[in-house]
Design a protein around this ligand. Structure first.
Ligand code: UD1
Length: 371
């Protein structure tokens, strides 16, 4: 037995994989989760995918009494509770701020009273906004952004203000954040609050910035999740994936098993304290390629449909430099995209997915967030 770990939000996609990874490594795991209906359905119950040896405590992280109870006898904490829809965060502003920011604040206040040996907080690539770009002469260009005029003219690629093309390169943790949604703001707030309070009270803290994690148990019914789940739901319902812009956007899709590995290392490696790490696969791929690969592994003859429409606030290119995690954590992504997608497909074939793409598009369109 290697100690007891609390995972807030541990009934979710990534948290549940971390629970399994830790149980396999000999830890005891307690999960605190309120099983929100957007993820767990209208009559939420303990998810079948949650490892049977994980103790599940139902409750809200904003309730200090619940947090005290959850922290009893705990040696380390993963804080994964968060509402995760970027678009949705732009109209459910109070709820996002309450769950994500206030939830973290309550947890930290209680942690001051129950210090632990490690605190790990889930952050997101979304804090970067656009990834890092270089000018043709190799100078980092911090202000990469696209104007509405450019987007309306279908000028998708990033340029300097005078129209010089920019080259996307792997984004290091040192890139200045550029917060473009209430969600991204709340993730930055969560990570900085944990690092700051951790430092003040001597609790070694690690913030992990996840890139596009995929794998079994990702929510297929939540219309606000990432692109891969949305494409999967459409393909499984015999519909073509719908691509915004031209499909050449670059992302790093990282297997959730590799994410779980990084999470375990963040707990176990002593040198990992008061630090922030990117968590990705170290490879990038276009959104169009992902749609095609997913159709292939699912055996569906459905070409993606490229609409030339765009979503307000979408990022053109962002993929991580993972060398800091490789060096400090000894993190080594093991699952190549092809193998990870096949594993995902195997699980998908046993699921029913509700295609809620139109719901997502209508919600955003009614607020002028999709053009
Ligand atoms: C996503 C998550 C973000 C998370 C990050 C890392 C959302 C909305 N975004 O960011 O919270 O931090 O991964 O895990 O959940 N696209 C299509 N068709 C679709 C949906 C999306 O073409 O049906 C395109 C988008 O325009 C975008 C790309 O796919 O260019 C990626 O979209 P998405 O996964 O939603 O957002 P990320 O920016 O990757």
């Amino acid at each position: 037995m290697r100690g007891t770990v609390l995972i807030t939000g541990g009934a979710g996609f990534i948290g549940s994989h971390v629970a399994s990874e830790l149980l396999k490594a000999g830890y005891q795991v307690r999960v605190l989760d309120s099983l929100v209906t957007q993820v767990h359905g209208d009559t939420p119950s303990r998810p079948a995918y949650l490892h049977k040896d994980a103790e599940l405590m139902l409750g809200d992280v904003r309730n200090p009494d619940v947090v005290d109870e959850a922290l009893a006898g705990v040696d380390a904490v993963y804080h994964f509770v968060a509402l995760v829809g970027v678009g949705q965060s732009m109209y459910e502003i109070a709820e996002y701020t309450s769950v994500n920011n206030l939830g973290t604040a309550v947890l930290l206040e209680r942690l001051v009273k129950h210090p632990v040996s490690k605190l790990i907080v889930a952050s997101s690539m979304s804090v970067y906004g656009e990834g890092l770009y270089l000018t043709p002469s190799g100078v980092p260009y911090a202000a990469a952004n696209r104007t509405t005029t450019q987007l309306k003219a279908h000028e998708w690629e990033m340029t300097t203000a005078d129209g010089t093309p920019l080259r996307p390169v792997p984004t290091p943790e040192s890139k200045q954040p550029s917060l473009a949604s209430v969600y991204a703001l709340s993730k930055y707030d969560q990570e900085q609050m944990c690092l700051m309070v951790g430092k003040a009270y001597g609790v070694p803290t690690v913030a992990l910035r996840f890139f596009n994690a995929y794998g079994p148990y990702q929510s297929l019914s939540n219309p606000y999740t990432g692109v891969l789940a949305i494409f999967a739901s459409r393909l499984m319902n015999g519909k073509r994936p719908i691509i915004f812009e031209d499909g050449q956007q670059l992302r790093d899709f990282v297997s959730v098993y590799d994410v779980a590995q990084a999470c375990r290392l963040a707990l176990e490696v002593e040198a990992a304290r008061d630090l922030t790490f990117n968590v990705g696969s170290g490879h990038f791929v276009t959104v169009r390629e992902i749609a095609i690969k997913l159709a292939q592994v699912l055996g569906k003859n459905l070409e993606p449909e490229i609409t030339g429409k765009y979503r307000v606030g979408d990022i053109r290119h962002c993929f991580p430099d993972i060398s800091l995690g490789q060096r400090v954590l000894g993190y080594k992504p093991k699952i190549a995209l092809e193998a990870g997608m096949r594993d995902l497909a195997e699980w998908l074939e046993r699921q029913t997915a509700h295609d809620r793409f139109n719901e997502m598009r209508e919600q955003l369109a009614s607020r002028g967030l999709v053009m």
